[in-house]
Design a protein around this ligand. Sequence first.
Ligand SMILES: Cc1cc2nc3c(=O)[nH]c(=O)nc-3n(C[C@H](O)[C@H](O)[C@H](O)COP(=O)(O)O)c2cc1C
Length: 215
Amino acid sequence: MNVIVTFREYVMTSIENDKPINGKPRILLLSGSTRRLSYNTRLARHMALTVEQAGGNATLISLADYPMAIYHADDEAQFGLPESARQLRALFKSHHGVFFASPEENSSISALLKNTLDWVSRADGDEPGKVPYIGKVAAIGGATTGASGTRLGLLHLRTVLSGLGMLVLPSVMTIPFAANAFDDAGLLQSEEQRAAAEALALSLVRTARAVGVSS
Ligand SMILES: Cc1cc2nc3c(=O)[nH]c(=O)nc-3n(C[C@H](O)[C@H](O)[C@H](O)COP(=O)(O)O)c2cc1C
């Protein structure tokens, strides 16, 4: 059994061990909103179906199932990681790629998503904090009722995910005027947006397959 003692050793070992995947790459999908009628959750769901069509194995989760208090260093020192953070760390580690759909809140990402990313980035015992993220492929998107399509928020999301060690794909999925974007089944209506979703899903699945990082 390999015992990894430093972060650098972890990165080197995972690079040595990783090979392109023969089977379907596993793609985790989540929304940065738990609002009951969330447009971002609809976008994540649309992308989950599209990822499956593109040859990936999609796991769609709701952050409502992973409740966590706002990160507080004193709580962490006293109680350690919340169980939800531990569960999410395991989920991230068992997938090759992740799709994030984030609302734009005051020109940035949602507080819920940032809090989740922060908790999941904390060390768990001897395991360095960023292990669940390193080398994983990320695709990002967002839906808003406004005209901007979350472009400013996605710039922040790209920065945060890159800082965590993820490989963020250049294309993004932006859904402006989201109140009119989805049909009764909760799927994107416009041909243009469906085509953009297909292209992004294909890129995510292909890149995740080629990079092959899962630990
Ligand atoms: C505190 C707050 C700040 C917001 N800031 C922005 C913003 O900067 N840009 C934008 O396009 N929409 C903004 N919105 C609107 C949200 O993008 C919109 O409510 C969206 O539907 C929320 O995502 P959801 O439908 O997935 O819950 C803001 C909403 C809230 C509550």
